[in-house]
Design a protein around this ligand. Structure first.
Ligand code: IMP
Ligand code: MG
Length: 177
């Protein structure tokens, strides 16, 4: 695939927002923090964010969870499963779930409930992008990178059918679909 991708947020804009997000997260005074990146889409964002958290004075444990609801489709199937679980104990700890996009909210609502049920002290949610008017379940993100227009976006870790994750910016493909 090598279609033209239109830039929505360039690398400098993303880096600046990540710095500010890290300050917001520090201001929430997290204790015994474990950052849990929701794979795969959040891996680039999470990698940048944890280094900004370091600059902002935090030393979180970093974990990963792989959830799937989308498969190769661009429309949510509405069914979330754990493909790979975290390896750490979250009981009594503050958790920061990091994901790429909050859309229907099903993925993050599922993850939030799962970690709360395991006894996390507080489960906070940080998303790179929030798509408005798309929520199917009640969930709000505590930290949001950007309010995103209603495009199918790619790059900066995000894909369509496994392509475009390597792009250093967030973009969309004009006249996709
Ligand atoms: P939801 O909030 O449960 O609907 O799921 C959001 C997830 O769907 C994100 O974490 C992405 O993995 C995927 N997703 C939703 N919109 C897009 C998009 O525009 N580009 C790439 N992935 C998307
Ligand atoms: Mg995802």
């Amino acid at each position: 695939m090598s279609r033209h991708v239109e830039v929505l947020y360039d690398p400098e804009t993303i880096a600046e927002r990540n710095r500010a997000l890290a300050e917001e997260i520090v201001a929430s005074k997290p204790e015994k923090l474990v950052v849990i990146a929701v794979l795969k889409g959040s891996f680039v964002f999470a990698a940048d964010l944890i280094r900004q958290l370091h600059h902002a004075g935090l030393a979180p444990e970093v974990e990963f969870i792989t959830l799937s609801s989308y498969r190769n489709a661009t429309i949510s199937s509405g069914h979330v499963t754990v493909l790979r679980d975290v390896e750490t104990e979250v009981r009594g700890r503050d958790v920061l779930l990091v994901d790429d996009i909050l859309e229907s909210g099903r993925t993050l609502a599922f993850a939030k409930d799962l970690l709360a049920a395991r006894g996390a002290r507080r489960v906070m949610v940080c998303v790179l992008l929030e798509k408005p008017n798309k929520r199917a379940v009640q969930i709000t993100a505590d930290f949001v990178g950007f309010q995103c227009p209603d495009y199918f976006v790619v790059g900066y870790g995000m894909d369509v059918a496994h392509a475009y994750r390597q792009l250093p910016f967030i973009g969309y493909i004009p006249d996709a679909e």
